[in-house]
Design a binder for this molecule. Structure first.
Ligand SMILES: NC(=O)C1=CN([C@@H]2O[C@H](COP(=O)(O)OP(=O)(O)OC[C@H]3O[C@@H](n4cnc5c(N)ncnc54)[C@H](O)[C@@H]3O)[C@@H](O)[C@H]2O)C=CC1
Ligand SMILES: O=C(O)[C@H]1O[C@H](OP(=O)(O)OP(=O)(O)OC[C@H]2O[C@@H](n3ccc(=O)[nH]c3=O)[C@H](O)[C@@H]2O)[C@H](O)[C@@H](O)[C@@H]1O
Length: 462
């Protein structure tokens, strides 16, 4: 249930790896299902088209809006629906909204006439499976039994197919009863078709639910830690790339997730940390809550620090200036813009009345505008004329033509190999580059004549 960024790729890989299993992916949205059945999939993910084609071609991967019929026929039901941060009521702005999971449980209870294993794949607050189990048991048809498992997903967007085909681990939580452990083995056997047994970790239900939140919190914490040091590097003349390399060489620290940036985005890091913060507060663990909350606060600081740097460097005013934003997705190799730092930077610049020309190879104007509206409440309705300040471009050279500055906010590979001399020649002078991802060749760009700012590196702008 749920044909989104997780449900679609995850089930497509199960279908590919398990030819004898029929996988039906259902969703409330007809548009979404039509897209999965077409040649133009609803999400951009390298390698995904090929995987989907294998299952669809073989007939064991089906996308459908026939939710009730598909559930009734299934032995195992995965709940992969969205669990966004609550926007109103108790815990608004922090707690996760598990309404969609509960609705799925109610539907499963109503239509099931045979026993089923129900697997929570969505990221949920610890002990949500209790609620799911209660809804299932109270709504069950006579004689029908359910087992609830937790099987959180660890794929990252942009590398989803590889992450699913070669996962670092599969986490499966169950009740420690005979029936719970048996259900756990059924789903473990599915994964064992392609995942080595030692990578299938089984735990109790609560450890599995909480383990997912903690994994995301720890990853985000690394990014906030390195970003906090990037500010100190700029103040002292140290270089964050050198620090990340020297720290990452220590095997106890490791080299991954030490890339300083304009700030992390994505639909999950902030949502899951806030969820963790809320959980800690609910149990009266205020110091723990505050500790994790700082990971989000540091990220907010990093985003606004970047915008401020742009305005300050450009003589304290960007009013009426054209600024090219390179990238809008929250990271490369995805068209996903949820919580992207790019939207915050664009918002700050537009507040200062700059005209922001955005180029992203995978993000349409429609999606961009939806993100401004959803995350920042910015639209023509709330800020008349807003659309005139965001200009979407289909070519980076046009985005930069006549611009006063380029701000790199997504690390798309193609930004590394652009003709920066050509860009420079077409821009207003002095021409600035603000590299929020540290991907451009800064010394070369300085040689060309650009004023270059790189995150966490000595500032040598004149
Ligand atoms: N996006 C990611 O990379 C990752 C997300 N997660 C978690 O997985 C869950 C799903 O995330 P996404 O796939 O990104 O969300 P999404 O928003 O892309 O997809 C969710 C889908 O569920 C559908 N849906 C909602 N209620 C439904 C219902 N009652 N019946 C049938 N379909 C329903 C929606 O129409 C939507 O298409 C979330 O809990 C998220 O935190 C976990 C790991 C990675
Ligand atoms: O639960 C989820 O949704 C997923 O969240 C993240 O995956 P994702 O958000 O897709 O992408 P990441 O690669 O983790 O990047 C998140 C953000 O951090 C930023 N980042 C990452 C690494 C780094 O060193 N520096 C940095 O700024 C990225 O640019 C991006 O904005 C986790 O990596 C996945 O394991 C998890 O399943």
């Amino acid at each position: 249930m749920g044909a989104g960024y997780v449900g679609g790729p995850t089930m497509a890989v199960i279908a590919k790896m398990c030819p004898k299993i029929l996988v039906t992916v259902v969703d409330l949205s007809q548009k979404q299902i039509d897209a999965w059945n077409s040649d133009s999939l609803p999400i951009y993910e390298p390698g995904l088209e090929e995987v989907v084609k294998v299952g669809r071609g073989r007939g064991n991967l089906v996308f459908s809006t026939e939710i009730e019929k598909s559930i009734a026929e299934a032995d195992v039901v995965f709940i992969s629906v969205n669990t966004p941060t609550k926007t109103a009521g108790i815990g608004a702005g922090r707690a996760a909204n598990v309404k969609n999971c509960e609705l799925c449980a109610r539907t499963i209870a109503k239509v099931s006439t045979s026993d089923k294993i129900v697997v929570e794949k969505s990221t949920v607050p610890v002990r949500t499976s209790d609620a799911v189990r209660s809804v299932l048991e109270h709504g069950a048809n006579p004689g029908v039994k359910f087992q609830v498992l937790s099987n959180p997903e660890f794929l990252a967007e942009g590398t989803a197919v590889d992450d699913l085909e070669r996962p670092s681990r599969v986490l499966l939580g169950s009740l420690q009863s005979d029936a719970g452990l048996k259900a756990c083995q059924v789903v473990a056997n599915v994964y064992a078709n392609w995942v080595p047994r030692e990578k299938i970790l089984t735990t109790n239900l609560w450890s599995s639910e909480l383990g997912k939140l903690v994994a995301n919190a720890m990853l985000a914490q690394r990014v906030s830690s390195v970003n906090s040091i990037s500010a100190l590097c700029e103040a002292t003349g140290a270089n964050i790339a050198e620090i990340s390399r020297s720290c990452g060489t220590d095997p106890r620290i490791g080299p991954k997730f030490l890339q300083a940036s304009v700030g992390f985005g994505g639909s999950c890091f902030q949502k899951d940390i806030l969820n963790l913060v809320y959980l800690c507060e609910s149990y009266g663990l205020n110091e723990c809550a505050e500790y994790w909350n700082w990971v989000v606060k540091m990220n907010d600081y990093q985003k606004s620090r970047f915008s401020l740097k742009i305005v300050r460097s450009m003589f304290n005013t960007v009013t009426g200036k054209k600024i090219a934003l390179f990238g809008f997705a929250f990271k490369k190799d995805t068209g996903d813009t949820r919580e992207t730092a790019a939207a915050f930077v664009a918002r700050d610049l537009i507040e200062e009345q700059a005209k922001v020309h955005v180029y992203d190879p995978q993000v349409s104007r429609e999606v961009m505008m939806m993100e401004f509206n959803y995350t920042l409440g910015l639209s023509e309705a709330t800020k008349p004329g807003f659309g005139d300040y965001v200009i979407t471009e289909t070519d980076p050279y046009e985005a930069a033509d006549g611009a006063h500055a380029i701000a790199v906010v997504t690390e798309w590979d193609e930004f590394k190999t652009l003709d920066y001399q050509k860009l420079y020649d077409s821009m207003s002078k002095p021409a600035f580059i603000f590299d929020g991802r540290n991907i451009i060749d800064a010394p070369k760009c300085r040689e060309i004549g650009f004023q270059v700012y790189s995150i966490g590196k000595p500032v040598t702008m004149t």
